[in-house]
Write a protein that binds this ligand. Structure first.
Ligand SMILES: Cc1cc2nc3c(=O)[nH]c(=O)nc-3n(C[C@H](O)[C@H](O)[C@H](O)COP(=O)(O)O)c2cc1C
Length: 194
């Protein structure tokens, strides 16, 4: 069934042209070919400040770029979120974006003495992470802690489920044949809309 897919490109390089962009492009191409509606948010192109207070988080007015991103996420059945692993976690710009976007009233509804209502239920997601180390090292030595925290504390906590993962390791050393295989894999996932 055709889906509304929103791609969140979390690579901080505004010049584009990185592996994260190519993986997202391959996915978008497959998705569009299969009849899914694809929209994109390029975090590196957005103008937004860092969130600095609880008061702003709870009652502040998000800047227009964040409001537009929230609309694109709300309209989506499925999210594709791409980022490179930087110092063991997502780049600071993407973290700043997440803090701005996943506010009360958009991601969760808090009520006194009750478990928060998950406002983004009904949506699924795939997280795509590229990294210099082997994927096995990230999973087994570092326990993929930053990825698990993003999945559980942000996405699942606001109702997004299932959340799937595609991890690409040793990317800086990968030759063209390997990269083409990765693009084919992302294209296939795009066709399936998952
Ligand atoms: C500032 C910075 C920090 C990085 N930290 C890590 C890290 O902690 N672990 C790792 O495996 N790779 C690390 N890398 C390598 C990147 O993950 C890798 O270059 C990137 O995923 C390549 O994808 P791209 O072409 O989309 O940028 C780091 C790279 C940079 C620039």
């Amino acid at each position: 069934m055709p889906q509304n897919i929103t791609i969140i490109q979390g690579h901080p390089d505004p010049g584009g042209g990185r592996l994260c962009h190519a993986l997202a492009d391959a996915y978008a191409e497959g998705a569009a070919r299969a009849g899914h509606a694809v929209r994109s948010i390029d975090v590196a192109q957005l103008d937004f400040p860092l969130l600095r207070s609880r008061q702003d988080f709870e009652t502040g007015e998000p800047p227009p770029s964040i409001r537009e991103a929230q609309d694109l996420i709300r309209q989506a059945d499925h999210l594709l979120i791409c980022y490179p692993l930087w110092h063991g976690t997502m780049p600071a710009l993407l973290k700043g974006f997440i803090e701005q976007v996943f506010r009360p009233g958009f991601a969760l509804e808090y009520a006194e003495g009750k478990w928060p209502v998950k406002l983004l239920a009904g949506r699924s997601a795939r997280i795509v992470v590229t990294m210099g180390m082997p994927v096995l090292a990230y999973r087994w030595f570092f326990l993929a802690h930053s990825l698990k925290s993003f999945e559980r504390n942000v996405l699942r906590f606001s109702g997004i489920s299932p959340v799937r993962e595609s991890l690409f390791g040793m990317v800086d050393a990968a030759g063209d044949a390997k990269r083409q295989k990765w693009f084919a894999r992302m294209h296939k996932l795009g066709v399936r809309g998952r």
